[in-house]
Design a protein around this ligand. Sequence first.
Ligand SMILES: C[S@@+](CC[C@H](N)C(=O)[O-])C[C@H]1O[C@@H](n2cnc3c(N)ncnc32)[C@H](O)[C@@H]1O
Length: 275
Amino acid sequence: MEIDERDIDECNAVGWGGDRTWQLDRRLRPTDYLLRLRMEATIDMISEPIDSPVSILDLGCGIGIFPLNIAKKYGNASVIGIDISKRSIEIANELARKAKLSDRVKFMVGDVRAALPRESFDYVICTEVLEHLLDPGTALDNICQICGPATWLIVSVPHLYKSRKGQEGIFYRQVSDVDFSTIVDTQDRQLLDPNRKTYKYYHKQYSFEEISKLLNDHGFSVISYQGIKVQMRYVKTAMGILGISKPVRRLDRVLNKYTHNQYAGTFILKCKKAE
Ligand SMILES: C[S@@+](CC[C@H](N)C(=O)[O-])C[C@H]1O[C@@H](n2cnc3c(N)ncnc32)[C@H](O)[C@@H]1O
């Protein structure tokens, strides 16, 4: 596949998913239903006593929403968030400062394929990042090196799903000059505004078997997983109007248990280093 890594990094630097991630409520939770569902399901995979001094590394943390929400839930947790986007890390640091969490939540610019902090972590999180890497195996090998036998790795990737045109390919993105929200996100170059800067990115969707094999090939065993359904996006508006998002989210979690990968839009996998 013909793509220059520099194009991808430039797309990341502009702030991935800025349009959705900017929108946080006063408690720093995403207002986007799907993102919130995915965040809560990811955080739910951290199964520790609420007062435990759990240490967590979030790789590809974007503007730091997951680390900040983890630190809010686990009052003694220490969290490090790393992202390749300097701009996203600046925003993450600002949010941490405003939320008075800077003492327990640190953010730094870094590449998941390069040197990572050498301290020991109870959990390493890497959600919705591997699908943007041309060589996700290099990142997983790197992550494996910093994981001990007791470290949990939580990974998520988008499911091979009909909502995107292709399983794997280059996408083009044009963003607003004002707030980096996405104006066009397409594989079709004809839909692009020729006068606007275009960012390229790589995106790959995974079947459950494929992501499990990738993890196995790079040193991890999948211990459990959960599927997050994309269809729920369509009931979001109705839920907002009726004010019933909480019970529907609960119902969705129960349904997820039984529908598994068949209907999932995203898989969240909880792994351990293979023995
Ligand atoms: C789709 S966002 C996911 C953000 C967040 N983890 C989540 O689950 O919502 C992908 C993030 O990965 C970051 N990223 C992409 N390549 C990276 C790399 N090689 N090293 C570190 N971060 C990377 C991007 O800048 C972006 O913030």
